[in-house]
Design a protein around this ligand. Structure first.
Ligand SMILES: Cc1ncc(COP(=O)(O)O)c(C=O)c1O
Length: 386
């Protein structure tokens, strides 16, 4: 009910505190299955300070717009380009939708089709429905990367583009993007790389010596990349990123917004009014941590995931789905549903889908949390395994 009379600030805050008591919080160490984390204190400061900035009307907030452009360029740099064209958007979902929209708008296919791995994120289902693009699913190999031969066999005159994933949602697997890029170039098709999660991990993990395939704009077939600062970038939600190699992709999805207070602009994002503060926080975090800072965050996360995978292997009745590639470890157990239920009862923020439980070593996940989790898992599995 919409209240007739307002309440005191204190009263409202107290009620909110009570109402959100059952939420799991990142600092509790119980959230092990999320790709988000507690944002970096600097990013929180920036968002709070610039909370009123609206990049949907950039004529009013010209300085913020310049900062967003610079943030996009810094992300493009990280991904192997001197200059990129894109935006800080609401998340990986919007970024993927914008990429599909650009591919569709630049194609003259009568019945547009997009080829994507069976491991692709469900945001592409939304893109498909909204944009009238049929999804053509490509099979996976035994190691859960996309089967490039199957992708090739599915190319038709209606294909508008190909999707590869650098850090799959379930397993953190990186597709053979170099092979997909070659294929895309051979057939004159654009390749979109969904690095929503991997974008803030792979460049640093590679610098640390991990053997991970190339995945970015250094590969000529790659025309767009999704990279989310609100995942491993430690920026508050909402902060996704879409970067295009060339301006024409962005232009193909821009519509004229004629009535804004700051004057006419061309707008490419799905959202109209959108938070400038988060774009400023992306810029601030990159400036503050630099490559070295993020590399150290990734160093810890990767080390922890290798240790955790080794510990899981020691538990009878528990098995890894595959060796971890990034800082995601997924495992199965006998009677998985029961194990999931019991873990949740003990307060763990995890979920089992596609036949496994996924643990994401985000910056808030520490070894002591995982030790507690392993203790519970050992007990539970021993109890439910005959
Ligand atoms: C690979 C991948 N792409 C896209 C998304 C969607 O991102 P968001 O939830 O920020 O919209 C996710 C989310 O987990 C993801 O893992």
């Amino acid at each position: 009910m919409f209240p007739e009379k307002g309440s005191e600030e204190e009263e409202v805050l107290t009620e909110l505190e009570e109402r959100t008591r059952e939420d799991l919080t990142f600092d509790s160490g119980k959230i092990l299955g999320s790709m988000c984390t507690y944002p970096h204190p600097l990013a929180v400061k920036v968002v709070t300070k610039y909370i009123d900035r609206n990049l949907g009307d950039p004529g009013l907030h010209v300085g913020s717009q310049r900062v967003e452009i610079e943030a996009v360029d810094m992300l493009a740099n990280l991904l192997g380009l001197a200059r990129g064209y894109g935006h800080i958007v609401s998340g990986g979902t919007e970024a993927n939708i914008l990429a599909v929209r650009a591919f569709r708008n630049l194609s003259d296919a009568e019945k547009p089709e997009l080829i994507l791995p069976e491991s692709a994120h469900f945001s592409f289902l939304k893109a498909s429905e909204m944009l009238g693009v049929r999804l053509v699913w490509a099979e996976l190999n035994d190691d859960y990367t996309v089967n490039v031969k199957d992708v090739e066999s599915k190319i038709t005159e209606n294909t508008i583009g190909i999707v590869g994933i650098a850090g799959t949602t379930g397993l953190g697997v990186v597709d053979d993007i170099p092979a997909l890029s070659d294929l895309a170039l051979d057939y004159g098709l654009p390749l979109h790389v969904d690095a929503a999660f991997g974008g803030f991990v792979i460049p640093f993990a590679k610098a640390l010596g991990y053997d991970i395939p190339d995945f970015d704009f250094r590969l000529k077939g790659v025309k767009s990349i999704t990279i989310d600062p609100h995942k491993m970038g430690m920026v508050p939600i909402p902060a996704g990123g879409i970067i295009f190699r060339e301006r024409r992709y962005l232009e193909s999805i821009s519509v004229l917004a004629p009535y804004l207070a700051g004057g006419k602009i061309w707008q490419a994002t799905i959202t109209g009014t959108r938070p400038g503060a988060n774009a400023l926080a992306v810029w601030a975090m990159i400036k503050h941590l630099g490559f070295e800072g993020y590399r150290e965050i990734v160093r810890k996360a990767m080390k922890l995931s290798r240790w955790f995978a080794a510990e899981l292997k020691k538990i009878p009745g528990v098995y890894l789905i595959r060796e971890p590639v990034l800082n995601i470890v997924s495992f199965g157990t006998k009677n998985l549903e029961k194990a999931e239920e019991e873990l949740k009862k003990r307060g763990w923020g995890i979920s089992a889908h596609r036949g496994y439980i996924r643990i994401v070593m985000m910056p808030h996940v520490k070894r002591e949390h995982l030790e507690e989790f392993l203790k519970d898992l050992r007990e539970i599995v021993a109890g439910i395994t005959p």
